[in-house]
Ligand binder design. Structure first.
Ligand code: HDD
Length: 698
């Protein structure tokens, strides 16, 4: 495991904010800390920071105490407004390596050149919750990537779902006002399970498709590493010859797409609200880096802006991968945790308008509004127009703009002529006619209207396509999610209205939800007819995937086979997975050099943390109620459980059927048993247990 570095060692190298020569002063400005002594902001060394300056030991504090005033004043202003959406987030640095396969479709160097490495910063987020809300709530996840390319920063500001609630950005405040906590009592936090959300989406049926994704397992990812990412909109890529294609961006997780189960997500929200953020940071620190392939679906730019009847300007629609396979462009590895949350994760500013030559936006009306919003929001959030000078936002190439002054200006600009044309600064900065960013000339004409194309009116076909492409188990999760969320609404009319929406997507689903709510199935409505299914949408895998970042708990006591535990840890570590020892008390189990440090006890262990829990052979203690709950939750959530040797007795005593589906059992912690465990982890869940669990067999 990597050791934590001291802050001083990771202090960023001084960089000039502008790339223009500013002399030493400009460079020193970017250093937040240096030296070992406590100073004021003016560099004055201090002998005492614990006592204010008073008129006598029992007297009042003196106005003269400049240190007290500086310390308190700065503290009073430590907070900045949280993001109006996506406030809760976690991030990491990494590197993107191009496969060199993009050259035929884009001139963007970071995609076109084989082996080219580009530094990146990725921030994951939930949409609705406040900055301190829980990670595992049911919500869409943000997946925003800043590529520090040789041609300037490119931001791909995407989500973990390929469609959006609204077709036109002018409605963004409406969907967000509806989803955020209700304005009278400011509850519920970070939830869509309340009246205003369902009021809006049941009236505003273009949200239906995205709502289906939110109600699916995609709304509760297991980890950031197991989330797919999507650029959502259609982009235009242009190659060196000036030829253009329309594309949809995809992030394909190397670890596969996996989710929590709903009860797990709810428990985690209380037991460990930092579940995803902790997982991200711990994994990187342990060297189990997170990886994705970036890919595109390439579609003809033939002037129709449609593909196989799908309107490419409608962000509530996606293109099934069976119709246009994802072509891989390169691999992203997240390999470094931020040094300081505020400086990096909080102050990073993404913008859909941060583009590089070869990548352009389209007329998607959602994207068009975003082109305004992202720059605008930073003015309030980061306090003025100079946020691109913040270290995390600076491009890794020279900057030579003619933007000047303003709040929080940290650059010391030279020259006298921040205007063009000029003669006083030698005519510089020069424009680059050859390599500068140009939008592909495109003809635009039309009457000024507030209207949508007709194709935008189909709100249900793709929701049905998504739902029907999933396995029965995944469909059952969707039905359960709708029933849960609508069950949390107070207004009967809202539930009834949403049922009329569901009836127009899929009658069977509607009937299940209606039954769960105890409401009649609406009549006289027609569901979507037969659709071409897209099996690629299902997350359930039959071939085991990688297990990096997974956690395995092993229940032991002094009598356990700790040699077997060590063999297992060694094998798992090689695959990037971590083994944690769970024992009756903290401290140490076993004797002397053959003993093991205890990492969890029944008090500190909860099932949500583990992808598998095993009982070591020889473990002799009768399980206490917390251990029983731990094992039963593991079983109920269809995660791997098992034992070797007589450890199986602890399972049986906990009510886990030793011959139950997906229950692992070996004579010892030998290679075969470990291989079975690795395969079970790679499948993510023992889904063949799901029917039993649903029937409340345990
Ligand atoms: Fe947005 C943040 C993703 C539509 C306005 N958005 C934000 C973030 C992500 C997305 C991942 C967090 C960035 C970060 O980590 O700092 N947003 C999307 C996607 C959308 C989308 C995938 C649709 C396809 N957004 C959207 C619309 C608008 C906005 C239609 C406004 C018209 N989004 C914002 C914002 C935020 C933001 C208010 C809040 C904080 C920020 O930008 O920097 O400007």
């Amino acid at each position: 495991m990597a050791t934590r570095r001291k802050p001083d060692q990771t202090a960023p190298e001084p960089v000039s904010p502008t790339g223009v020569k500013t002399g030493d002063l400009g460079a020193v400005d970017s250093r937040a800390q240096s030296g070992n002594h406590l100073t004021t902001a003016q560099g004055l060394r201090l002998p005492d920071t614990d006592h204010s300056l008073k008129a006598g030991e029992r007297g009042p504090t003196l106005l003269e105490d400049f240190h007290l005033r500086e310390k308190i004043t700065h503290f009073d202003h430590e907070r900045i407004p949280e993001r109006v959406v996506h406030a809760r987030g976690a991030a990491a640095h990494g590197v993107f390596t191009s496969y060199g396969t993009g050259a035929s479709i884009t001139r963007a160097g970071f995609l076109a050149e084989k082996g080219k490495e580009t530094e990146v910063f990725v921030r994951f987020s939930t949409v609705l919750g406040s900055k301190g809300s829980a990670d595992t709530v049911r919500d869409t996840r943000g997946f925003a990537t800043k590529f520090y390319t040789d041609e300037g920063n490119f931001d791909l500001v995407g989500n973990n779902m390929p469609v959006f609630f609204i077709q036109d950005g002018i409605k963004f405040p409406d969907i967000i006002h509806a989803g955020k906590p209700q304005p009278d009592r400011e509850i519920p936090q970070a939830q869509s399970a309340h009246d205003t959300f369902w009021d809006f989406v049941s009236l505003h049926t273009e949200a239906t498709h995205h709502v289906f994704w939110n109600m699916s397992d995609r709304g509760i990812p297991r980890s950031f590493r197991t989330m797919e990412g999507f650029g959502v909109h259609t982009f235009r890529l242009v190659n060196a010859a000036g030829e253009s294609h329309l594309v949809k961006f995809h992030w394909k997780p190397v670890a596969g797409v996996h989710s929590l189960v709903w009860e797990e997500a709810q428990i985690a929200a209380g037991v460990d609200p930092d579940f995803h953020r902790r997982d991200l940071a711990d994994a990187i620190e342990a060297g189990a880096f997170l990886e994705w392939d970036l890919g595109v679906q390439v579609l003809p730019d033939d002037g129709t802006e449609t593909f196989e009847g799908i309107d490419l300007l409608d962000p509530t629609k996606f293109v099934p991968e069976e119709l246009a396979p994802v072509q891989l462009l390169g691999r992203l590895a997240l390999n470094r945790n931020p040094t300081n949350y505020f400086a990096e994760t909080e102050q990073v500013a993404f913008h859909t308008g941060h583009l590089v030559p070869g990548i352009e936006v389209t007329n998607d009306p959602l994207m068009q509004a975003r082109m305004f919003s992202y720059l605008d929001t930073q003015l309030t959030r980061l306090g003025g127009p100079n946020f691109s000078q913040l270290p995390i936002n600076r491009p890794h190439v020279p900057v030579n703009d003619m933007l000047r002054d303003g709040m929080h200006q940290t650059a010391i600009h030279t020259g006298v002529a921040p205007y063009r044309p000029n003669s006083l600064d030698g005519g510089l900065p020069a424009v680059d006619l050859e390599n500068g960013y140009v939008q592909t000339p495109r003809r635009i004409e039309g009457n000024a209207v507030r209207a949508n194309p007709l194709s935008f009116e189909d709100h249900f076909t793709q929701a049905a396509l998504f739902y029907r492409s999933l396995t029965p188990l995944e469909q059952a999760h969707i039905a359960e999610a709708f029933t849960f969320e609508l069950g949390k609404c107070f207004e009967q009319s809202i539930k009834e209205r949403e049922l009329t929406v569901l009836a127009q997507v899929d009658a069977d689903l509607c009937a299940t939800v209606a039954a769960g709510l105890g409401l009649p199935m609406p009549t006289g409505l027609t569901e979507v007819g037969e659709v071409e299914l897209s099996p690629a949408l299902s997350q359930i895998v039959e071939v085991p995937g990688p297990i990096a970042g997974r956690k395995i708990g092993v229940i032991v006591d002094d009598a356990s086979d700790l040699g077997g535990v060590r063999a297992m840890r060694k094998a798992l570590l090689k695959l990037g997975a971590e083994l944690l020892i769970i024992a009756p008390t903290g401290g140490f189990v076993g004797k002397g050099r053959s003993g093991e440090t205890v990492q969890r006890t029944p008090l500190t262990a909860r099932s949500i943390e583990f992808d598998a829990v095993l009982v070591a052979g020889g473990t002799a203690h009768a399980p206490d109620i917390k251990t029983v709950v731990l094992l039963q939750e593991m079983y109920r959530h269809c995660k791997a459980v098992g034992a070797w040797g007589d450890g199986v007795e602890v399972l049986t005593a906990s009510g886990i059927p030793a011959d139950g589906p997906g229950v692992l059992h070996g004579d010892s912690a030998d290679k075969t048993f470990i291989a079975e465990l690795v395969a079970a982890l790679g499948l993510h869940r023992a889904w063949d247990r799901a029917d039993l669990v649903m029937a409340n067999a345990v």
